[in-house]
Design a binder for this molecule. Structure first.
Ligand code: ADP
Ligand code: ZN
Length: 603
């Protein structure tokens, strides 16, 4: 039986042997003219789901994407594969746009990337009317969700594509996937009748770890030096200042780190992004504004130095690690201050109660993940409605946390809050812990807190452990941050049962010592993939060759070939073009362009 047209495009153009997971079903459905809503984790292989139908169907595939800064790279990568691709966005001058429009009308484009605000202009809509459209792909479809972290108002208008071109299939794709977001996407994009494809969200190569925060910059530095020297990584922080300070700190300690946040000019941001994409081993320290659509395959770690606001956002961000399927780390440091700060931000956030309640629920889910004594991945996937067994590749599975009966400690802490409340006073963590530990300070003397019955009842517990107790009480809603903006504590409805001894409280024991797991070997640029020693020299030769080619074409190295492809070449040592063509990632166009060079390098 001859290959289907889709399979032959996969092999000839992309150089891949077979479809992964749901790709085949999605490609067939859309090629046949059906609408689809595709939920797949980052790195799952979404692009092929619209690129292949666009190549198989007649006309141009129109891709709606919010990522103007990445369109050039996307188009370059396709051009390297011999696909006829172009984009229309505000970075072009009039003549460039004119050339693209002409090519589209002449039927010379397989794929056309358009920013949503551009698409909605009369000029663009009229252009599309005059050409032939194979399909509409709506990338990053979660941008239509007003509750989400990437909301783009222009996305709300995209339902009109369906009214204007009822015959053209539409495929919406996203890596964000709670049932709620999914329903919202389907409704707002008028995709109710579309077939939904929900892939497994598991990313088994990513190791999840959540550690107790003490000296976070030092902890981060240990992580990078100990486990990821010379690796590409992303560090997420909550604010501009935090990002800038952390980037500076890393640079002072010899790490090749760059900042990315809204306080930098667009040109600095673009330059930093470009260096991160093009060079090996750059660490990007960023706010969550960074990362959507970044398809760098060899990001080895994603570190969060502040608590993310939702599990959905967290999963999306960590998913940027290890798209190439090689081992990668997701690391999060979190502490009492994070909980206090976020609860306060929610109280102070503009918007109605419904909105605030939703933010509160998002935070609770995130806290549940942080404090869990279950496998992290089981928790994460449960959040997306998927069930797995314990993963063996998260901190909880690898070193199961101890739990301890914290009922008495909780009672002591809550009654201290209660006694203060009785006096009409509220305090934050520091002073509360001083009272519990019986530490005499100016403040305890001044406010006569040393006469409280709870003064010194918690001497047997260290300050750090008390912070852990308070943090977990906050996370479990047994304590709340009151609305006065100072991060002070108050009791909740649920506190009473604990105080009355009606409820037992189990707490997670934090590791008091900093854990260290250095990954043996020398510092410096470690090879991104483990290879048998005899293949290593060729691999390095090929990498150097790739670096030169990428530079002369002005594209990131992975656009020429992925590490995985070079690795396979280094091991297989192909002697002929035919043998080389069988290696995954070597399609017809690249074989033609680079085959002879590569064979030369192998020899
Ligand atoms: P997503 O957009 O879902 O994050 P991509 O489309 O960027 O993921 O794909 C992730 C990586 O997997 C890419 O490097 C891509 O080339 C590769 N890939 C996708 N599908 C296949 C396949 N069927 N066989 C081999 N590699 C694939
Ligand atoms: Zn696990």
């Amino acid at each position: 039986m001859p290959d289907s047209p889709a399979l032959s495009v996969l092999r000839r153009v992309f150089g891949y042997e077979s479809f992964r997971g749901e790709q085949q079903a999605i490609v067939d459905h859309v090629t046949g003219g059906g609408d689809a809503l595709v939920l797949m984790p980052t790195g799952g292989g979404k692009s092929l789901c619209y690129q292949i139908p666009a190549l198989v169907r007649e006309g141009t595939g129109v891709v709606v994407s919010p990522l103007i800064a990445l369109m050039q790279d996307q188009v370059d990568a396709l051009t390297e594969l011999g696909v006829r691709a172009a984009f229309l966005n505000s970075t072009q001058d009039w003549q460039q746009a004119k050339d693209v429009e002409r090519a589209f009308l002449a039927g010379e484009l397989d794929l056309l990337y358009v920013a949503p605000e551009r698409l909605m202009t009369d000029r663009c809509l009229q252009l599309l009317e005059r050409g032939r459209i194979a399909l509409f792909a709506i990338d990053e479809a979660h941008c239509v969700s007003q509750w989400g972290h990437d909301f783009r108002p222009e996305y709300l208008q995209l339902s009109m594509l369906h009214e204007r071109w009822p015959q053209v299939p539409r495929i919406a794709l996203t890596a964000t996937a709670t049932a709620l977001t999914r329903a919202e996407i389907a409704q707002r994009l008028a995709l109710d009748a579309a077939r939904h494809f929900v892939a497994s969200f598991d990313r088994p190569n990513i190791r999840y770890r959540i550690v107790e925060k003490n000296d976070v910059r030092r902890q981060l530095l240990d992580l990078i030096r100990g486990e990821h020297p010379g690796d590409s990584g992303v560090v997420y922080g909550l604010s501009r200042n935090r990002v800038q300070e952390t980037a500076d700190f890393l640079c002072e300690h010899g790490i090749d780190a760059l900042p990315y946040h809204a306080g930098l000019s667009a040109s600095v941001r673009a330059a930093n992004q470009s260096r991160f994409l093009r060079e090996d081993g750059v660490v990007m320290v960023a706010t969550i504004a960074f990362g959507m659509g970044i398809d760098k395959p060899d990001v080895r770690f994603v570190a969060h130095i502040d608590l993310p606001k939702s599990v959905e956002g967290y999963y999306q961000e960590t998913g940027r690690a290890g798209r190439d399927g090689q081992p990668a780390s997701a690391w999060l440091a979190y502490g009492l201050q994070d909980v206090v700060q976020q609860r306060r931000m929610i109280d102070e956030s503009p918007g109605d109660d419904v909105f605030r309640r939703r933010l509160g629920q998002n935070l609770d889910a995130m806290l549940g993940l942080c404090e869990t004594v279950e496998c992290r991945r089981v928790r994460l996937l449960a959040y997306f409605g998927q069930t797995i067994t314990a993963c063996g590749n998260c901190d909880v599975c690898l070193t199961p946390p101890e739990s301890w009966d914290g009922t008495v400690a909780a009672q002591k802490a809550l009654s201290a809050v209660y006694r203060l409340q009785q006096r009409g006073q509220r305090y934050g963590a520091g002073h509360l812990i001083d009272i519990l530990r019986g530490k005499s300070t100016d403040r305890t003397r001044q406010h006569d807190h040393e006469s409280l019955s709870v003064f010194g009842v918690g001497q047997d517990i260290s300050e750090q452990t008390w912070r852990g107790v308070l943090r977990q009480l906050l996370a479990q809603d047994l304590l709340m941050v009151d609305g006065e903006g100072y991060g002070t504590f108050a009791l909740t409805e649920a506190s009473r049962a604990v105080l009355k001894g009606e409820r037992k409280i189990m707490l997670r024991r934090d590791l008091e010592k900093r854990e260290k797991t250095p990954r043996g070997g020398a510092r410096g640029k470690a090879p991104a993939v483990d290879l048998p020693a005899e293949a290593l020299p060729l691999f390095e030769t090929l990498r150097a060759w790739r670096g030169e080619v990428a530079k002369s074409h002005g594209v990131p190295a992975y656009v020429i070939f992925h590490d995985a492809t070079l690795r396979e070449i280094a091991m297989a040592r192909p002697a002929t073009l035919d043998e080389l063509g069988h290696i995954s990632g070597v399609g017809a166009r690249k074989l033609e362009a680079y085959g002879a060079d590569i064979l030369g390098q192998v020899r």
